[in-house]
Design a protein around this ligand. Sequence first.
Ligand code: G3I
Length: 446
Amino acid sequence: MKLTVKSVSRVALVSTLVAAATGAAVLVASPASAATTLGASAAERGRYFGTAVAANKLSDSTYVGILNREFDMVTAENEMKIDALEPQQNQFNYANADRIVNHARNQGKKVRGHTLAWHSQQPGWMQNMSGSALRSAMLNHVTKVATYYRGKIHSWDVVNEAFADGSSGGRRDSNLQRTGNDWIEAAFRAARAADPGAKLCYNDYNTDNWSHAKTQGVYRMVQDFKTRGVPIDCVGFQAHFNSGNPVPSNYHTTLQNFANLGVDVQITELDIEGSGSTQAQQYQGVVQACLAVSRCNGVTVWGIRDSDSWRASGTPLLFDGSGNKKAAYNSVLSALNNGSSTNPTTPTSPTTPTNPGGGCTATYSAGQSWSDRFNGQVTVSGASNWIVTVTTSSPQKIIATWNTAASWDSSGNVMTARPNGNGDVFGFTVQHGGNTSRPTVSCRVG
Ligand code: G3I
């Protein structure tokens, strides 16, 4: 009989003799300190693991038992929506939302706020409004709710689902959108003023696949917000998957590219229809994608048991209707326990800090890429009169820049970038001619 030890990168190991499928005995090592709940394991990776909670289920002991044991982040499934909190204009009803927030906080859990501004779930009085009256009412809602919960919310979904499905990559039509394209940034500014301690997220669905027009549209908005100083801290990926909309193979790329813009990313409403090992593998892939991106703060599943789900017939969650752990639960826990707590090297991972002693620092992060070109972004700190040198390698050519005053040497490979009065983040597009190596950047004070 041959005994093998599978190595595990944790310090303390316990060994268990198990029967392999072949009938041969195999000695398998497992981490002695492996966490046994989702929240505890995610915490060991510097992340959270959350769930959506419904206030009317807080009297169900099976539900509450799983909630208290497994999760360290809570989102109100419906109770913090506009129709729930402001059923009559300027008359707020926090009772059900408070039951969830208080339960979570009493149990030492954090809270995601969902959602301050949305075209859907508006109370009747708001649905009938338009123009400046609606804009004011929306901002009043954002300000009052974010102020009421100030200091209690880890992250707010400030704006939910504002982009259109399909190939346009543009905004969704709605009464809020018709108040002017700046309604989203206005909501973010109001939320920041009301609760400066909460992370402010844009949250949407069907933004998981990097090549989808909707993903690109949201990316461009976040890029624009970061460039112009609109206070956005994070992007939420709802992640509602099924066989027609499976977990994309480029999920990690999507999360990393958004993170490279300088925002956190969060998986906010995960559920995956299906069963057995197929479902378990997809769950595992999502968790691994999050663990591979250092700015992915955590994962929230959209409910506890399959029977609690908004699409219960698709059995999309981690616990069955009786509260038993499913294969998907085991795969998520194992992905968390085996995950790395740091960001592994990836082709798109950011940061090439240079010249730290020179009075300013330039940090390069990769942006979007295509078959013939890629975008890069440089964030400068330490001085306002910076001069950044960007060096590309032949046959690369910088064909566009933004947010900088730029000039080139005679080779065309070395660009000198200076501030153009629009902040300390600038970008450029490189036509790579087959050479996709990363440009180098350095900074000096001029
Ligand atoms: O509680 C009432 C009940 O009293 C009434 O008898 C019944 C029949 O109309 O409705 C019940 O309310 C429903 C509520 O869920 C609670 O079950 C609402 O009609 C129904 O519209 C609501 O659906 C929610 C949906 O958002 C719309 O707000 C789902 O629970 C919730 O899971 C879902 O969550 C959304 C996220 O907020 C945003 N992303 C997509 C996600 C899934 O659709």
